[in-house]
Design a protein around this ligand. Structure first.
Ligand SMILES: Cc1ncc(COP(=O)(O)O)c(C=O)c1O
Length: 417
């Protein structure tokens, strides 16, 4: 295998310089006001911090290939993460059952991101071999690789650690760009994987641009970014496919628990790649008529609600990001490939405050669950939605609902300070 860069494995062309919003400039204020032609809140009012789309459950999307789970099953250290039954939360929220998918430990890392990074890197490197469609194992790929190849990405913590870990498994180098403001624990985690850490004194979206530029300048660099923009879509698409393993596991675990549904699935949202995977799975055109088509709820920090603002505007807009302890959700631009899926397939979007999130972290801890601030945002968001009569109705939240909360990181990934 010869040297590779972002343009080699990804036939979509050379790496551009970074995400490009199609709305106002990234530094501009978030637009507000009702979407002129898009869905509006059920009472016809835009309340400012939530949104709903009454036709989302009719949306159809393309689900991930079944080989993704096969690939993860063969990756050393694979084990399904637990799906915890939480009757106390069900009682509090007035629903049938609440399950928490606890991504506190995935392939030895404290967040869900390895399922995306590992599959995307495997596909990208396979594309440079004579058998691009073969389901290579990492052991086989390692034999093929030019050791000069290095993986490059930007991150606000978890994705970068997963890319660094993937590089280490393959015997490759990694260069990880981070906003200087992220927590020390997240930085230490990336360094512990043997990666070169590049701190940038800028918000996440600008750091993504810097990583893309660095990768474009090096013929041996492979940009592994978990957000897409026009011209850079294939690798983020593979990352989203990789997340499908989480939902395949949930299907089996709900079945084993004797639960129907799910009826409601709650996903914390940064750039929207994870909730794109949620929608791809539950809105998949190949999903049989006998299985449920749940309501999908997105949860963002009120300081960085790029999806909510885009949904309200009816087109992608960039928002100015501020401080939030939900570091992985601190993103100002929705992934370009996520946008059409989310605009069509997400039933509702809410924001949560720092206090609401902290209460959720504490409550989950009390129940014996290990959820960092991003992971606990799901519970905080469900509380907001379940406490809002119009949203309860829009999402069909009722006394028999089976709810799944995605808890995407452990507290160790992003400790509360
Ligand atoms: C712990 C955690 N949860 C959720 C997310 C959100 O994922 P996405 O940016 O794909 O929306 C991230 C992203 O970094 C994350 O680190």
């Amino acid at each position: 295998m010869t040297g590779t860069n972002a343009s080699d494995p990804a036939p979509s062309g050379p790496a551009p310089s970074g995400p490009v919003p199609s709305g106002p400039a990234p530094s501009g204020p978030a637009p507000s006001g009702p979407a002129p032609s898009g869905p509006v809140s059920p009472d016809g009012q835009e309340s400012g911090d939530w949104y709903s789309n009454p036709s989302a459950r009719d949306h159809r999307s393309v689900s991930a290939p079944v080989q993704v789970l096969d690939f993860h099953l063969r990756l050393p250290g694979y084990a399904p993460t637990p799906l915890r039954d939480c009757p106390e939360l069900a009682a509090e929220l007035g629903v049938g059952r609440v399950f928490v998918k606890e991504e506190a430990e995935r392939f030895g890392l404290p967040a869900f991101k390895m399922v995306g990074a590992s599959w995307a890197v495997c596909r990208a490197l396979a594309a440079t071999t004579s058998e691009p469609d073969r389901l290579w194992t990492f052991d086989e790929l390692r034999e093929q690789l030019d050791a000069r190849v290095r993986l490059v990405c930007a991150t606000d913590g978890n994705h970068g650690r997963a890319v660094a870990h993937t590089a280490a498994l393959l015997g490759l180098q990694a260069q990880v760009f981070v906003p200087a403001s992220i927590g020390q624990r997240a930085k230490d985690g990336i360094v512990s994987e043997g990666a070169q850490l590049c701190e940038v004194d800028a918000p996440y979206d600008d750091v993504v641009s810097q990583a893309a530029q660095a990768a474009a300048a090096d013929p041996y660099a492979l940009l592994v970014q978990d957000t897409a923009w026009p011209g850079y879509e294939q690798i983020p698409g593979w990352i989203v496919q990789g997340y499908s393993t989480i939902f395949r596991e949930i299907d089996a675990q709900l079945h084993d628990a004797g639960a129907g549904g799910p009826d409601v699935v709650v996903t914390p949202c940064g750039v929207g790649s994870l909730i794109q995977a949620t929608a791809a799975h539950y809105r998949g055109g190949d999903r049989g008529a006998e299985v449920s088509r749940p309501s999908l709820l997105s949860v963002e920090p009120e300081e960085s609600a790029c999806l909510l603002e885009s949904l309200r505007a009816g087109h992608p807009v960039a928002v100015r990001t501020g401080y939030t302890r939900m570091a992985g959700l601190n993103c100002g631009i929705v992934s370009s490939i996520a946008w059409p899926v989310l605009q069509g397939g997400v039933d509702a979007a809410v924001t949560v405050t720092e206090d609401q999130d902290l209460q959720a972290v504490t409550e989950l801890q009390r129940l014996g669950l290990d959820s960092g601030p991003c992971g606990a945002a799901s519970l905080a968001g469900l509380r907001v939605a379940a406490g809002n009569a119009a949203l309860r109705q829009a999402m069909d939240i009722c006394a028999s609902s089976v709810v799944v909360l995605l808890s995407t990181e452990s507290l160790a990934a992003n400790p509360v300070t």
